[in-house]
Design a protein around this ligand. Sequence first.
Ligand SMILES: CC(=O)SCCNC(=O)CCNC(=O)[C@H](O)C(C)(C)COP(=O)(O)OP(=O)(O)OC[C@H]1O[C@@H](n2cnc3c(N)ncnc32)[C@H](O)[C@@H]1OP(=O)(O)O
Ligand SMILES: CC(=O)C(=O)O
Length: 545
Amino acid sequence: MTQTARPFELYDATLRDGMQGEGMSLSAEEKLRVALKLDELGVTLIEAGFPASNPKEQELFALLAQETWTHSTIAAFGMTRRRDLRADEDPSLRILADAFCDVTTIVGKTWGLHLEKVVRVDPAENLRLIADSVAFLVGEGKRVIYDAEHFFDAWRDDREYAHRCLRAAVEAGADTLTLCDTNGSSLPMQIHEAVSAVVAELGEHARIGIHAHDDTGCGVANSLLAVQAGATHVQGTTNGIGERTGNANLTTITADLQLKLGIAALPDGHLPKLTETAHFVDELLNRTPRPTQPYVGRNAFAHKGGLHIAGIRADASTFEHVDPVDVGNQREILVSELAGKGTVVEKAADAGLEVSDEQATRIIERVKELEHRGYHYEAADASFELLLRRETGVYEPLFRLESWRVIVEQRAGGRVETEATIKIWVGDERFVRTAEGNGPVHALDRALRDAIAGVHPHLADIELVNFKVRILDETKGTGAVTRVLIDASDGQRTWGTIGVGENLIGASWDALVESLAWAEQPGRAVAAPAPRGDAADDDAVPVAR
Ligand SMILES: CC(=O)SCCNC(=O)CCNC(=O)[C@H](O)C(C)(C)COP(=O)(O)OP(=O)(O)OC[C@H]1O[C@@H](n2cnc3c(N)ncnc32)[C@H](O)[C@@H]1OP(=O)(O)O
Ligand SMILES: CC(=O)C(=O)O
């Protein structure tokens, strides 16, 4: 069969090669959840693990065997037989043969350096290692994918021998030859040249695949060039996790194949599951999804420059290379000192508010002035909405402030006590409340909520989930301006507010009041997007409340 006649295969190696990345670890149950999610996305093959490696992998294979797979086929991974064992005696090949899955992938050496230094066999013996191992698994009824480790180094070192390794695998019955850029050393043109040569020589007899790593930052490009050269099987990992700098990012490759090269890599209609799948894997690994990740990052369709936003409003394709909906992502308009009137109009519409041209001009001038003083609305959408409301006359304050006071007292024995007193008015009624807390913001929050709980019972459901402080001009020491960002949540939505001032507690109070006020504004049509905390993360200093 020719390469082009073969249906395209996406091979997700997150659960095996992805786990070789520093800090990556999942329990067997978590791996099962990832596999089920990848099946839902519709990747062709899922490399579930190396069952001969450890008991956890074996437990995983027992779990996988009990599931029904709709779109994906599970592959078990292993390596060629040990040099001093027959294939049918090699315990790790036996485990592969006995695994429930019909597909096995085995890795074998191709590069002289490895033969001499790692496996310590001569080139002829290595060919026997490859042939015996493939033939054994084929004899056990498996489809065998042969991963030619360090293929591109071998190709540069000794082309003839690299080809002989591949031929040994094909002649023994391997169905797919994956050319691996194991140490990620190759560049796109080198990949293209080598893959083209292999496709020309062996493409009639086996499917040709690519397995790239990202050590030169070319993992995705290398995979795409291999496809252009005739590969129809692409290996990679979700979000590009993996050994060293990671594997080729299969999330990006999938979208590139579908949207740029017109290759149906996923079942019809499944591409919009891409963002959700990528985030699911990150969350399970306890990683913050990378905001700048192509297609699925939360910044992938975020627009900040006023001129860009004006372009987007005129026609989204001016600044969006694909429709975010196609990959399950969404557009975001960021408010900042770089914005123009169009940004204000767009954000107001999101919040169900109307602004006139004159109001939009005034609002954007105000934003620029406030950002100059240290505000950062990109990270505080809820505060921006309140600014819009104030400027358009539809802001409803929760109360009128008479005063607040915080006392921090160091007690004998080392304990620091904080007590806050607030005096506020709601209509004609005056409330005076005092509360203790484990820090000034906590105490103020408790006193404020206690005062207005009767009028605003929903505030009881709101939690402050994140509190970040950044000193904006460190050279001024204690006289510096402080920026406080608070994220609040009612369990369904999360919103961000900001306070800026020379006094840390004053800035915190402003952000706190905005958190509560945003939640109680009437007639909000659309919930504000989650806060864009990433921008402030780098310098965030955790502060005990
Ligand atoms: C390119 C890749 O990503 S391949 C996959 C890499 N992944 C992993 O290594 C994760 C799982 N690995 C493991 O659990 C272990 O390394 C095991 C179980 C596979 C092997 O463990 P050990 O037997 O203790 O060996 P070790 O890890 O030190 O590897 C070196 C041995 O493997 C042999 N070996 C390495 N590659 C191959 C191969 N492709 N075929 C046959 N033997 C091989 C070497 O000859 C050496 O054997 P020796 O100790 O008899 O000289
Ligand atoms: C097989 C594999 O993971 C590699 O060669 O990188």
